[in-house]
Design a protein around this ligand. Structure first.
Ligand code: CMP
Length: 145
């Protein structure tokens, strides 16, 4: 089993589609083992997105991610990183396939609905940034994957 981090971006709360996005995760066999609403601080957003510092979209991205609460989640499944990225879809919603979350709900790239860790190493780093171990509950799920 592998863990990954998902952040439902502020627009997901705004548009009242939290439940729809969570349903996609659950249908694909992910176990939700950590979940909380949090208003990300500027310093956490800067650390999380450090690799994008200096890019033209960096400042608007940090401003957006700190504008309203996000839903932060730790998801567990076989090949969690790869499978979550697959169902989330391409970064640019205009290029994301229909049937993916960004393809179905996304409108602009910065507000592309979900952040999903891009490698097992990033997932571990990002989970550690957003969650304390005591906030993660690794319950015994029925195997679906
Ligand atoms: P996310 O998965 O959160 O990781 C980095 C984020 O940067 C990405 O989703 C988008 O929100 C944003 N991003 C990446 N590329 C661009 C771009 N070309 N224009 C605007 N925002 C971008």
């Amino acid at each position: 089993m592998e863990r990954t981090l998902a952040l439902l971006k502020p627009g997901v709360l705004d548009r009242r589609i939290v439940g729809e996005v969570l349903t996609r995760f659950e249908r694909k066999g992910f176990e939700i083992i950590g979940m909380k609403l949090m208003h990300i601080s500027r310093s956490l957003a800067e650390t999380h997105y450090a690799e994008h510092q200096g890019k033209p979209f960096y400042e608007p991205l940090v401003a957006y991610m700190t504008s309203k609460p996000v839903v932060a989640m730790v998801l567990q499944r076989k090949d969690a990183v790869h499978v979550l990225r697959t169902i989330v879809g391409a970064t640019d919603p205009d290029s994301a396939q229909p049937g993916t979350i960004r393809g179905d709900y996304g409108v602009i790239t910065r507000e592309n609905i979900v952040h999903a860790s891009d490698s097992p190493e990033s997932a571990q780093r990002e989970i550690d940034l957003f969650f304390r171990e005591a906030e993660i509950f690794s319950w015994e799920g029925a195997a679906r994957a």
